[in-house]
Design a protein. Structure first.
Lengths: 299, 140
């Protein structure tokens, strides 16, 4: 019976219960397991900071277990995203392995090890780094999607609306992945939001860093300038689709993602390289802060 | 200087054909058409034994008194035919090869356009630009 360890990793052979061993949350951590949140919980401590990994925790009851208290990250956005933030159950009768919420951990190295150890979770192979993928396959897939929509709907305006709706559905899900991978905190104003979108989000998902310009005097509108848009490599719009907004999916993604963090925004393309302009420009406008609790995926 | 460039589909119909002196275009159409026989002969001659080692560049297909015709076949049996002025003796073999390679690259870009259906005539703006580049590069 293993008593004194984080259950992320198995203790080395030859260990006896009661032996003092380093914390198994991370090979970087030399702290004794006694300062790990699990050990703290067993001692009756209900909140604090984990000595080994530095993340704050509070003790909460795991929804699925009867009365079992587990360490849980206290961040508000984490508590909402239960599907990704789960806890390790004690080995005495433990049913499933899940990952501790890694919010608040220093940059990724410990998180990677922790995630690697949570093997039975569905997201076992997702590291904090992005997987490499052929950008040509991505571009061709998006192109096939748009041409099929054009054949199905025959009318450019309908295609634009569908792309926006699809983008919205992607955005409401993508925001969870983004918040988990990027560890950014709450943005205090729209300018910070703009910076995070351009420097972190676009870089993470498309590999490009657009620039932010043309702030309105009230500070609620700005433009994202993309010099090269990976969605439109090799694409030429034929003349019978001149009012098609090819990359409208991006507008939907931005709108959906920001709506999930309680910001209603409007995104639209004002310049497009496919139509002959030099750069691609997306204009984002802040409408209002959303106070009600909207159910996710309402469309 | 390349006076005529043609892209021929697998079924031997032209996807794109353009000649630079626009008068007497029909003569170049005939030349390209007759060169297709030579191309087929070259492909089948290399034939079954060497199909892996067959080079894409076919070389000089046939010379006439005013012009020389060069050919290039891709692995998907799309043929590129280039008619060059005989008087321009400065054009060397590897220049012709590099012109064909550029043509092949621009054909690949056209294929990657999601709005292009394979088998359609090529009306892409890119190809026109590329051919202007090819025509001008022959001068240097």
């Amino acid at each position: 019976m293993i008593q004194d360890y984080c259950k992320l990793r198995t203790p080395p052979s030859g260990h006896k219960p009661g032996d003092r061993e380093p914390c198994y949350k991370s090979s970087l951590c030399a702290e004794h397991s006694g300062s790990c949140s699990w050990a703290a919980l067993r001692r009756g401590v209900t909140s604090g900071t984990v000595g080994c990994c530095g993340s704050a925790f509070i003790a909460r009851e795991l929804p699925s277990s009867a009365g079992l208290r587990v360490p849980w990250c206290p961040a508000a956005s984490c508590a909402g995203a239960v599907s990704r933030c789960r806890s390790i159950l004690n080995a005495e009768g433990a049913a499933s392995w899940v990952e501790l919420c890694w919010e608040g951990l220093p940059s990724g190295s410990v998180a990677r090890q922790g995630k690697a150890a949570g093997t039975m979770s569905r997201q076992a192979n997702r590291g904090t780094e992005s997987k490499k993928m052929s950008s040509e396959l991505f571009t061709l897939t998006y192109g096939a999607l748009v041409t099929q929509l054009c054949k199905d709907y025959e009318n450019d305006e309908d295609v634009n609306k569908q792309l926006d709706k699809m983008g919205y559905n992607i955005g409401v899900r993508l925001i969870e992945d983004f918040l988990a991978r990027s560890n950014v905190g709450r943005c205090h104003d729209f300018r910070e939001t703009a910076d995070v979108i351009a420097k972190v989000a676009f870089k993470m998902y498309l590999g490009i860093t657009p620039s932010i310009t043309n702030w309105s005097p009230a500070g609620d509108e700005f433009s994202l300038i993309l010099e090269n848009n990976p969605l439109v490599d090799f694409v030429e719009l034929p003349d019978n689709h001149s009012s098609l907004i090819y990359s409208n999916l991006l507008c939907g993604v931005l709108r959906g993602a920001l709506e999930m963090v309680q910001m209603a925004v409007e995104a639209k393309f004002v310049q497009d390289t496919l139509k002959g302009d030099g750069v691609t420009e997306i204009r984002m406008r802040f409408i209002r802060r959303i106070e009600d609790n909207l159910p996710a995926g309402e469309e | 200087m390349a006076v005529c460039v043609a892209v021929i589909a697998k079924e031997n119909y032209p996807l794109y054909i353009r000649s630079i002196p626009t008068e007497n275009e029909l003569k170049f159409h005939y030349m390209v058409h007759t060169s297709l026989d030579v191309v087929d002969e070259k492909i089948s001659a290399m034939g079954k034994a060497l199909v892996d080692q067959r080079e894409l560049y076919l070389g000089l297909l046939y010379p006439t008194e005013d012009y020389k015709v060069y050919g290039y076949v891709t692995n998907s049996k799309v043929k590129f035919v280039m008619v060059v002025d005989s008087s321009n003796t400065a054009l060397r073999d590897n220049e012709i090869r590099s012109m064909f390679r550029k043509l092949h690259n621009s054909y690949t870009d056209v294929m990657c356009n999601p709005f292009y259906n394979p088998g359609d005539r090529i009306q892409s703006r890119w190809t026109k630009r590329m051919l202007r580049v090819l025509a001008s590069s022959g001068h240097s």
